[in-house]
Design a protein around this ligand. Structure first.
Ligand SMILES: *[C@@H]1O[C@H](CO)[C@@H](O)[C@H](O)[C@H]1NC(C)=O
Ligand SMILES: *[C@@H]1O[C@H](CO)[C@@H](O)[C@H](O)[C@H]1NC(C)=O
Ligand SMILES: *[C@@H]1O[C@H](CO)[C@@H](O)[C@H](O)[C@H]1NC(C)=O
Ligand SMILES: *[C@@H]1O[C@H](CO)[C@@H](O)[C@H](O)[C@H]1NC(C)=O
Ligand SMILES: *[C@@H]1O[C@H](CO)[C@@H](O)[C@H](O)[C@H]1NC(C)=O
Ligand SMILES: *[C@@H]1O[C@H](CO)[C@@H](O)[C@H](O)[C@H]1NC(C)=O
Length: 251
């Protein structure tokens, strides 16, 4: 009996954990870089074995919503990727160091925040508490499928850095949201790469609208606390992407 109970608990923990992931590998120049090379390392949640790094975030009022658990101070432990404005970058979802193909059904989003201090060390010390703008998003693919779900055979979220992004040192935040129809049960998976943007096209347009994390999302947001038809994927046309408008081309 005891053995069965232990087994059941183990199984349910595993089931619970298996759906979680982390966006730990940055993609640039058509190369998928090693875990935590350019992405800021997150703090393990030691109370959830099997999901130490991948335990989801629920609390959008926590500063951890910026770049993941503890990533406000883990900048010095990762490198800064040079990224040419207008090029394709991305994040690969991993699970315990292995590629993981099952996205949670929901939107994928990407944001950038310029480091207040424009030096390599300044970026490494930056906690993400400044202003962010959205550069890309993928929502529903059609009425009954999410882009992420449609794309399930892949484990990457690739997008273009706007060609008019001003050169400089930035945090680049990738995010996968698993929206729930139960209040405050929506799951957030987000991680940040440290990047230096080079090249690009000059533009009069300043990045914006600017938001902060926490602040960009609200627990009552229609893109966060969703109608039942969105949760059970009978009518995704009712979904409204959360956060600000996209700046730039938004591919
Ligand atoms: C994302 O980009 C990487 C590197 O170019 C590529 O290997 C991967 O297939 C792309 N994934 C998707 C879903 O387009
Ligand atoms: C760690 O995981 C436990 C569940 O095992 C959860 O209750 C707790 O909120 C998590 N802590 C953080 C900081 O995510
Ligand atoms: C939502 O849950 C978090 C804990 O994950 C809690 O801190 C927060 O107060 C809750 N928000 C509301 C509006 O109840
Ligand atoms: C990407 O390629 C550019 C040259 O086109 C190079 O300057 C940059 O260092 C490369 N970035 C990474 C992360 O390898
Ligand atoms: C959505 O796209 C999928 C994959 O192409 C397809 O199987 C499904 O029928 C589509 N749903 C609607 C409502 O068009
Ligand atoms: C989906 O959710 C809506 C709203 O809660 C409900 O009316 C509908 O019956 C559900 N459909 C299915 C197939 O679960």
């Amino acid at each position: 009996m005891k053995i069965i109970i232990v087994l059941l608990i183990t199984l349910s923990t595993f089931q619970n954990a298996i759906a979680h992931y982390v966006l730990s590998r940055f993609i640039a120049n058509e190369t998928i870089f090693p875990e935590w090379k350019y992405v800021r390392r997150v703090t393990p949640n030691t109370t959830t074995p099997l999901a130490e790094h991948t335990y989801p975030h629920y609390d959008i009022s926590s500063p951890n919503i910026r770049c993941g658990r503890g990533a406000g101070t883990s900048g010095p432990g990762s490198e800064i990727a040079t990224v040419v404005a207008g090029s394709v970058v991305g994040f690969r979802l991993d699970l315990w160091n292995a590629p993981y193909v099952m996205f949670h059904d929901g939107p994928l989003l990407a944001y950038m925040s310029k480091s207040p201090e424009q030096t390599r060390d300044g970026l490494k010390e930056y906690d993400g508490g400044g202003e962010w703008f959205k550069i890309a998003q993928r929502g529903p693919y059609n009425k009954t499928r999410w882009f992420a779900e449609y794309n399930k055979r892949f484990s990457e979220f690739n997008f273009t850095v706007p060609p008019t992004t001003p050169p400089g040192f930035y945090l680049l935040r990738g995010e996968s949201i698993y929206p729930h129809d139960t209040f405050n049960r929506t799951q957030f998976y987000m991680n940040c790469a440290s990047v230096e943007i080079v090249g690009g096209i000059e533009s009069e347009s300043e990045p914006g609208p600017l938001v902060r994390f926490p602040g960009a999302y609200d627990d009552y947001d229609e893109g966060i606390w969703v109608p039942g038809e969105v949760w059970n994927r009978t009518d995704l046309s009712r979904y409204k992407m959360p956060g600000p408008e996209i700046w730039g081309a938004g591919v």
